[in-house]
Design a protein around this ligand. Structure first.
Ligand code: ADP
Ligand code: ADP
Ligand code: ZN
Length: 220
């Protein structure tokens, strides 16, 4: 069965961490507009050049750009691949665009999983975040250190990186953007009866278990 799910939550809620677990354990594919945009910035493409300053400021990149990226990426996947939207949609216009993008490809949204977190914890999560420079595996200075110090659990690399926008000042802007533009799209999905809430303050394994039981409930 092909699943299409959204992981929704503020910056640092654990969307990327959970999407990566679902990739490993359920064979789903993560579609992260943040990752796509960072790749575009690194490759210095026209989209990257346009997005860089906006991302550094913690503001939102245009709806057209991100919805375009999502459509392209879906087309590159097989029609039966299950996908996790991570960090998209972030505005009502993107939610609307996603409906059209999915319908045009014979897909429909199965679940919107809201990671519910306390705002006070987010700055701590984001300022402690780092990732493997080679494979992208995500870590945290206190909550998820590599099993062997300074060696990536997944690929063995010893190089790690931090995001330039993961500083306290930008995080505040990103949280404000979430409250103003992203949280208001939840009622659209609630009206369709597809929203499930998960306690994002629980340990990573427990959050993963809660998400997988929601997905299992629709597997039958
Ligand atoms: P986080 O995981 O911390 O929420 P992301 O990696 O999803 O952050 O996004 C990083 C930045 O990329 C955002 O602050 C924003 O500038 C841009 N971005 C990512 N996804 C979107 C989107 N769907 N719409 C607009 N801007 C986006
Ligand atoms: P998002 O993609 O929503 O911005 P991430 O998945 O990158 O968030 O998580 C932000 C940081 O918090 C990372 O350093 C990650 O290791 C850590 N983290 C994620 N989930 C949890 C959790 N349930 N408990 C503690 N730390 C977590
Ligand atoms: Zn690695």
């Amino acid at each position: 069965m092909t699943l299409n799910i959204i992981l929704l939550g503020p910056p640092g809620a654990g969307k990327g961490t959970q999407a990566s677990r679902l990739e490993d354990e359920c064979g789903m594919i993560q579609l992260s507009t943040g990752d796509m945009l960072r790749a575009a910035v690194k490759a210095d493409t026209p989209i990257g050049v346009q997005a860089k300053a906006v991302m550094d400021a913690g503001e939102l990149v245009s709806d057209e750009i991100v919805s375009g990226l999502i459509g392209e990426r879906l087309d590159a996947l097989g029609g039966t691949t299950s996908v996790i939207f991570d960090g998209y949609p972030r505005t009502a216009a993107q939610a609307d665009a996603l409906d059209g993008i999915l319908a045009a490809r014979g897909r429909k949204l199965d679940h919107v999983i809201e990671l519910v977190v306390e705002e006070d914890a987010l700055v701590d999560r984001i300022t402690g975040r780092f990732s493997c420079a080679k494979c992208g595996e995500g870590y945290h200075d206190r909550y998820k250190l590599p099993k062997v110090a300074d060696v990536c659990d997944v690929c063995g690399s010893t190089e790690f990186k931090r995001r330039p926008d993961d500083n306290e000042e930008t995080v505040r802007t990103r949280m404000a953007e979430y409250r103003a533009k992203t949280a208001p799209i939840l009622p659209i999905y609630e009206a369709r009866g597809i929203v499930s809430q998960v306690d994002g303050m629980a340990p990573i394994d427990q959050v993963n278990g809660a998400i997988e039981s929601i997905l299992d409930s629709s597997a039958g």
